[in-house]
Design a protein around this ligand. Sequence first.
Ligand SMILES: Cc1cc2nc3c(=O)[nH]c(=O)nc-3n(C[C@H](O)[C@H](O)[C@H](O)COP(=O)(O)OP(=O)(O)OC[C@H]3O[C@@H](n4cnc5c(N)ncnc54)[C@H](O)[C@@H]3O)c2cc1C
Length: 339
Amino acid sequence: MRFKSAVIGAGPTGICAVGHLLDLKLHPILWIDPCFNSGRLSSYQNVPSNTKVKLFIEFALNCNTFKEIASQNDDVLNALLATDQDSGCYYDKRYKTIKTDKGNVRSMNLSENWCIEIEGSGQKYYCDSAILATGSHPRESRQSPSETHHEITSIHLDVALDPERLGQIITEDDTVAVVGSSHSAILVLKNLSQTTSCKSILNFYREELKFAEYKDGWILYDNTGLKGQAATWARNELSKVQKIKRIKLPKEKNKEKEVYLAHLRGCTKIVYAIGFERNPLPIISVNDRVCREISYNPKNGQISDENGPLDNCFGFGIAFPEKTIDPMGNVEYAVGLFR
Ligand SMILES: Cc1cc2nc3c(=O)[nH]c(=O)nc-3n(C[C@H](O)[C@H](O)[C@H](O)COP(=O)(O)OP(=O)(O)OC[C@H]3O[C@@H](n4cnc5c(N)ncnc54)[C@H](O)[C@@H]3O)c2cc1C
């Protein structure tokens, strides 16, 4: 079968893309994902959201197809409507119901149209257009902590964000370093201080804490400021937790190593909360020539290679965030759902 559109990825961006393609009647649609489990948010079921409940509802109902589904089966919507609309929420309420077939796109070749090949099975599909909604994962440190000092066990950010899992691996002998000052870093500091018995916590950071501010119809520092429970805890509790020591890193990056060396002695575990990076993309080619440099237009998502734009190929979501300028002229990349 020849498809009108292919959507690669079934995180919030892929779900949203499919909804809008259905609204626009750009079907049949091919939709591919290895798990169909709502992307990264499904691994954060014990993590408070930074988006308010009412914005999740607005995100979902911004699409006629989803409105129609919600009117037929409103369990999920009702659960959200019954929640305080100005608070955050936990992710499992919204996404438990979505399940479908699994697959991973290995390669995409553009000739007359897009030929999309699935890893393993080698199955090929032909589509007029392709949307990459392939997401991101937590960035790992390029430098091993043992390069700066003795052996320190690194804890994956996803584990550190889950209070239960973190509680199982931290002991009272541990001194834990947390690198970063983002939403994730603050949630990890909160988890360490509230649900583990660790001896002490070192928080290395480059930027001072920044808080999102709700203005009339827009949000200042919408993508880079702290929100929800993380913001409340950082404002009211962080400075009171005596076992947390915050260490500002010097502006000159080549001097950071000295600061780490001075403080990491005695540190047993480390968590990097230093942002996200794009998941590896499928191999993209044009007439069987592999594209070497993939880039995108941050205004409309158009994907390009070293020779220019690729026909009917777009990237959206956290892997290809839209560039936004707020009313005060601040430039940010829109990484959340409500865009
Ligand atoms: C602690 C924490 C809290 C957060 N809270 C919020 C919040 O409150 N509000 C908010 O808006 N955002 C929040 N985020 C950010 C959130 O993770 C992103 O907004 C969201 O997951 C991005 O969705 P996405 O669909 O672009 O990518 P993802 O969720 O990463 O989904 C990408 C999907 O594509 C699939 N995929 C990748 N490669 C292939 C391939 N080759 N073939 C097929 N499928 C593929 C992946 O398996 C995955 O299912 C939070 C993040 C963290 C870490």
